[in-house]
Design a protein around this ligand. Structure first.
Ligand SMILES: Cc1cc2nc3c(=O)[nH]c(=O)nc-3n(C[C@H](O)[C@H](O)[C@H](O)COP(=O)(O)O)c2cc1C
Length: 174
């Protein structure tokens, strides 16, 4: 069974991105085993820090995963700093990090109607820079995501159908 590392880009408890991760896991079911990373545990990136256990654990999670699934909001037209920080930690050595060749799947969320589409473009650009294998498919954005959360899960079945279709293709390529 493939292992997926889910990386939400929001730390808050009631996050619509985290709610989307939960709903996606329910849809994935027994087709993959999912682990969720906690990027809020990571210190700020500092190249002088070489022995931080949270950093080592995160890098090991990325390395062990057959695929990495990002579900992130857009902050100020880009990806949240906490997500960029996590990516930076796992991005070394340049062009030879655990992200090199790693299959990656991107979903963006937003409280507004844009669904984080600008953050999506930025994230894919960053992943390309690390030579990750970004899933080629229909762009998945979840607009007005906060209004679609019920009992801690994204409850928009049409959006989840759309995500599932792309996810099925992603899983088939792992
Ligand atoms: C610091 C900050 C910046 C934001 N910038 C944007 C933005 O550029 N575009 C957007 O659509 N929403 C923006 N939002 C609103 C978020 O889409 C909304 O808060 C969303 O619910 C955050 O994701 P979460 O529910 O996973 O925490 C911003 C929110 C915060 C806190």
């Amino acid at each position: 069974m493939p292992q997926l590392l889910m990386i939400p880009g929001s730390l808050r408890e009631a996050s619509s991105s985290r709610a989307t991760v939960r709903a996606m896991e329910a849809r994935i079911g027994d087709r993959a085993s999912c682990v969720t990373a906690d990027v809020g545990r990571l210190p700020h990136y500092n190249a002088d820090t070489t022995d931080d256990p949270a950093v080592a654990a995160f890098i090991a999670q990325v390395e062990a995963a057959d695929g990495v699934v990002f579900v992130t909001p857009e902050y100020n037209y880009s990806i949240p700093g906490v997500l960029k920080n996590a990516i930076d930690w796992a991005s070394r050595p340049a062009y030879a990090s655990v992200f090199k060749g790693k299959p990656c799947f991107v979903v963006t969320t937003s409280g507004g109607v844009m669904g984080g589409v600008r953050a999506q473009a930025h994230l894919k650009y960053v992943l390309n820079g690390m030579l990750a294998r970004v899933h080629i498919g229909k762009e998945i954005i979840v607009g007005q995501a906060n209004a679609k959360v019920k009992d801690g899960r994204l409850a928009d079945e049409a959006v989840l159908d759309f995500i599932e279709e792309e996810m099925t293709g992603f899983l088939a390529g792992l």
